[in-house]
Design a protein around this ligand. Structure first.
Ligand code: NAD
Length: 457
């Protein structure tokens, strides 16, 4: 059996669950495939009604789910509440999207036939998800999968299993049996799902994502993977420095930096001193504490290993002659707390400026001009999110065009995501088509082109 424990109270167990073997995963997939046959035959307006009922059911149970999410993954309550609200909005959105046009017509070569291309569901979507958005990520995959006529089997991260099971229970009150199920466990269950699903959508680390992509591609099934990043925020001299500092502090340290889109590199153009001073003040002003308490922005990290990774990163910076501008140590209290940590004085090529630490840890880097800032921002293997802070629209648009990132934000945190717009990264951060919004249809359906010629000419 595996367990999921609260990062703020590690002795508190939220769920005990099996490390599911391949055989039960195959059974869940087979059940899903049976349920999918009648679900996809159901008229889309009826599917839309069922998904809308799921949205309202989730809205009614929001308070409980928020409490469970805060306890299980240590997400500050206001953020967890926003995430559950986003989950409700995602379900409502895809309930409507089920009624969007589901194909296109084309001119006929003979001028008389009817030629149309329609989108058909793929079958069973296998969803392998991380712990850090325990409601939003399973839903932003499952909702479009279901809306377009698929079934879905989700394998959540062990650390977010209590929330996933609650979500499955809740949606199961409205959906046909077997249509959306959760299989618990780790790599064995995840691999078994990748081996059995008709389409695989993964979110998580680069190391695991690459294995999932290779495994699914070897079977010839469509696969998409959203992975990590070392997201830059570029600060130009004409930026509103105070506002930029507050925004970047939140983007780097909010939810203890545990977002794939968190800022981990701050590139300051020109004299860094005034901005860095403002950034240190903003970081040190962030309320750190129990995520269930009002106003807390930085809770614990997910595990002891995650806390050690931040402490060790600060020590490595000191050892290579860099400076720890703020934080750098674990907090002396129950739970996996570590002080928001800001460092400087390391080379942009240093491993800590290249690889994701996935905690409240950011590196300040200097650049003499805009061109150098963009080069530094792009000189990593990843390209998920990037931000630029400036009052000059020409510069903003020029930098946006040059940044190798799937999401570019001007005077806004790298960490913001709109569920109705395409979401995904460039380079090693992503593989396959974009998620969310209308982009999701391309992944969860396949196109069939039909030509109908007159029976007699
Ligand atoms: P992880 O890669 O360790 O695990 C992700 C999922 O894969 C879990 O469900 C895990 O049990 C499963 N898994 C592990 N080994 C597997 C295998 N061999 N085959 C199949 N499945 C396997 O990631 P995590 O620690 O849960 O989440 C944190 C990571 O997720 C960070 O790197 C973060 O950047 C990334 N992330 C990315 C996005 C995005 O949209 N780009 C969003 C959130 C998190």
């Amino acid at each position: 059996m595996l367990e999921s424990c609260s990062p703020q109270h590690p002795d508190r167990t939220l769920a005990s669950f099996p490390d599911t073997e391949p055989e039960p995963v195959l059974r869940a997939t087979a059940d899903a495939r049976r349920a999918q046959a009648s679900w996809s035959a159901m008229p889309a307006p009826e599917r839309a009604v069922v998904l809308a009922a799921c949205a309202e059911g989730l809205a009614q149970e929001a308070a409980d789910l928020i409490k469970l999410g805060v306890a299980e993954v240590g997400k500050p309550r206001a953020e967890m509440a926003a995430e559950v609200a986003r989950g409700v909005a995602i379900l409502r959105y895809y309930a409507e999207a089920a009624l969007d046009p589901d194909g296109e017509t084309y001119p006929a070569a003979d001028g008389r036939s009817l030629v149309f291309a329609r989108n058909r569901p793929r079958g069973v979507a296998g969803l392998v998800t991380p712990w850090n958005f325990p409601v939003a990520i399973p839903l932003w995959k499952a909702a479009p999968a279901l809306a377009y006529g698929n079934a879905a089997v989700c394998k959540p991260a062990p650390a977010a299993t209590a929330v996933a099971l609650r979500l499955a229970d809740l949606l199961g009150r409205y959906l046909p049996a077997g249509l959306f199920t959760v299989v618990t466990g780790g790599a064995t269950a995840g691999s078994a799902l990748v081996d059995a699903a008709d389409a695989v959508s993964f979110t998580g680390s680069v190391a695991v994502g690459r294995q999932v992509v290779a495994r699914a591609a070897a079977r010839g099934v469509p696969v998409q993977a959203e992975m990590g990043g070392t997201n830059p925020s570029i600060v130009l001299p004409d930026a509103n420095l105070l506002q930029a500092a507050t925004t970047i502090a939140m983007a780097a340290m909010g939810y203890a930096g545990q977002k794939c889109t968190a800022t981990s590199r701050v590139v300051v153009v020109g004299d860094p001193a005034p901005f860095v001073e403002a950034l240190i003040t903003a970081v040190e002003g962030l309320p750190v504490g129990d995520p269930s308490e009002d106003g807390v922005i930085v809770g614990p990290v997910i595990s002891e290993a995650a806390r050690e990774a931040v402490v060790e990163a600060a020590a490595a910076v000191r050892a290579t002659g860099g400076q720890v501008l703020s934080g750098g140590a674990a907090l002396d209290r129950e739970g996996y707390y570590v002080a928001p940590t800001l460092v400087a004085g390391i080379d942009p090529g240093h491993r800590l400026a290249q690889e994701e630490v996935f905690g409240p840890f950011a590196v300040v880097l200097g650049a003499t001009d805009l061109g150098e800032a963009v080069r530094i921002a792009n000189a990593v293997p990843y390209g998920l999110a990037a931000a630029v802070f400036t009052s000059d629209l020409d510069w903003a648009l020029m930098v946006a065009a040059q940044l190798e990132a799937g999401l570019v934000r001007v005077n806004a945190p790298t960490s913001g995501v709109d569920f109705f717009a395409p979401f995904g990264g460039m380079k090693a951060s992503s593989y396959g088509p974009r998620e969310q919004g209308k982009a999701a249809r391309a992944f969860y359906t396949e196109t069939q082109t039909v030509t109908v010629a007159p029976a007699s000419s």
